[in-house]
Design a protein around this ligand. Structure first.
Ligand SMILES: [Zn+2]
Length: 262
């Protein structure tokens, strides 16, 4: 069972953490953007089995859970992977920005953590196209979450809230969805998660019946055709064919029934 500790950075009312007013008049809170991606990650992971996930943040956003509480919880849980979702600031209303994937400052090349960092960055860029102009998109920093968590930990900054380029993009549902999809792809691959088997009763009903597995006899269908249930001409031909019946067999039955009646 692969254990994931996921969290959305900050809370709704954390001071300062919001989009720049001149770009986004609503001053959308960073927490809102962070939790939207986290929720989508959780939703998409539901299609898979082989993992356990906890959220370290207050999912209502009311409380900005302290970073210590977050990492303590992840450590106690014994998580195999720690992911913090954030959005950045620092472009000051100019253009440019992009996605940044951050690990602790001592992380070495070739380690599991470095591979999470790179794979997440690559997947998010591939899915969203938000490459930006950051010269160091794979950063090593002395941040509490990546330092105090005992497992591979990545803090993903999903674009800038004060960038003319990034902000209109990161506000969209589509961006959140693609980012979550990217994260899930990486988790599925690294944790070797398997798609859940869909129980038979939940299998989507196919509109086309398979050939040679028709439920009604040809004469029943011929009578339905005569009652007008299968349309006429080309429509009849197409509908019978896609339902798995042999059009010419049905049609000759129809003709013979009608000639007997006549
Ligand atoms: Zn943040």
């Amino acid at each position: 069972m692969f254990k994931i500790a996921l969290n959305a950075g900050h809370g709704i009312n954390t001071p300062g953490k919001r989009c720049l007013k001149t770009i986004d008049k609503n001053e959308t809170r960073e927490w809102y953007l962070n939790q939207r991606i986290c929720n989508k990650i959780q939703e998409k992971l539901k299609a898979y089995t082989g993992y356990e996930l906890i959220r370290l943040d207050d999912t209502t956003g009311k409380t900005d859970i302290s970073l210590k509480t977050r990492t303590d919880k992840a450590n106690k849980f014994g998580a195999d992977f720690y992911l913090a979702i954030h959005h950045n600031a620092g472009v000051g209303g100019k253009s440019g920005g992009g996605v940044i994937s951050i690990v602790y400052k001592t992380v070495k090349e070739g380690t599991v953590t470095a591979s999470w960092q790179k794979d997440l960055y690559d997947a998010v860029i591939k899915n969203t196209g938000l490459k930006g102009n950051r010269s160091v998109p794979l950063q090593k920093q002395d941040l509490h979450e990546v330092r105090e968590s005992k497992m591979p930990a990545v803090l993903l900054e999903c674009g800038f809230m004060d960038s003319k380029t990034d902000t209109p993009i990161i506000l969209t549902e589509d961006f959140a969805d693609k980012t979550a999809k990217a994260v899930v792809e990486v988790i599925v691959k690294k944790a070797n998660l398997k798609l859940k088997n869909i129980p038979a009763r939940e299998k989507p009903k196919t509109t086309q019946k398979p050939l040679n597995n028709t439920e009604k006899s040809n004469s029943e269908i011929a009578n339905e055709v005569i009652r007008g249930l299968w349309g006429n001409g080309e429509e009849r031909k197409v509908r019978l064919g896609s339902a798995g019946y042999n059009y010419s067999e049905i049609q000759s039955l129809v003709n013979s029934i009608l000639s007997k009646k006549g």
